[in-house]
Write a protein that binds this ligand. Structure first.
Ligand SMILES: [Zn+2]
Length: 290
């Protein structure tokens, strides 16, 4: 698990706009490899991971996390992407191997998603997390989240997400950007940026041509407008599971549940497919504690 991808935080027009841009190509490649994802499942989980990386840039502390939990009526069924501390991404798809006989169907995300919701859970270390729900309107994920920011936070936000897959099923490019207009922003400047965004090609097409997400923002989204690069940091696929976490989770189970496990168990982490062994003797010891 390496932190080889990049995220940029940019301010434009004297803080009238906050912008995040991410290259998550290696992260999505790792997700594809870990979960052996089919092309449509790669596009789906990849976009959800890029979205989590962008939404996660709102978080200030290393212990804070954001979870995007998408549930849908289509064949993909849903998936989860988590960004911890604005850096550590992980996730899984409910239907990792979805494959259609008709080739174009394997690239039609709205069709494979159908209807549904995205639940956005921001855990900021407070007593209870902040939870928002966004109805899926388009199934493209980016536009659905745009809609959510306007409705729930009253902030006009543009989001672009993309995953480009090569002929050999490797990830050629995965990334996107997030542009948010602050309440005091100049209307004329906002119109210019909105117009620029509408004329910006898909970010993964530009990344595939060799542009970095920062260059895409500078050359296409802002054109000649003033901007400041506030921070450039690393981001990557990283799971925080451990044997201790599984042991702690077991301690929350009731006696009857633990009694079904006295031959030992091998729990599997959904996020990284790592398996752990917990022996029957350890379970029996837990039973003496409950
Ligand atoms: Zn794990």
């Amino acid at each position: 698990m390496s932190m080889s991808d990049k995220v940029f935080r940019i301010s434009a027009g004297n803080d009238q706009f906050r912008i995040f841009a991410v290259d998550a190509t290696q992260t999505v490649q790792q997700a594809r490899d870990l979960h052996d994802l089919s092309p449509i499942s790669t596009i789906f989980l990849g976009r959800l991971l890029v979205a989590a990386a962008l939404v996660g840039q709102d978080l200030k502390n290393a212990r804070d996390s954001v979870t995007l939990n998408l549930t849908c009526t289509g064949d993909l069924q849903g998936g989860i992407a988590i960004c911890g501390g604005g850096k550590y991404l992980r996730g899984y798809a409910q239907n990792p191997h979805l494959f259609y006989e008709e080739i174009p169907d394997n690239f039609d995300l709205p069709k494979a998603i159908g209807g549904g919701t995205i639940t956005i859970i921001k855990d900021l270390g407070l007593r209870s997390p902040f939870i928002g729900i966004c109805e899926l309107v388009t199934g493209e994920i980016a536009k659905d989240l745009t809609h959510y920011y306007l409705q729930s936070e009253q902030l006009p936000t543009a989001i672009a997400l993309g995953v480009m897959i090569g002929n050999d099923a490797s990830i050629r490019a995965a990334g996107g950007f997030f542009v948010q207009q602050m309440p005091e922003a100049d209307k004329h400047l906002a119109d210019t940026i909105i117009d620029n965004i509408s004329r910006t090609p898909n970010p993964t097409d530009l990344m595939d041509m060799g542009l970095s997400p920062l260059q895409i923002i500078q050359r296409f989204v802002l054109r000649d407008l003033d901007c400041t690069l506030l921070e450039e940091s690393e981001i990557g696929y990283c799971c925080n599971c451990s044997r201790e976490r599984f042991l702690r989770a077991l301690l929350t189970l009731c006696q009857a549940e633990l009694e079904t496990m006295t031959d030992g168990i091998d729990p599997l982490c959904h996020y990284c497919n790592r398996s752990y062994h917990i022996s029957g003797d350890e379970i029996k010891e837990m039973l003496t504690l409950t």
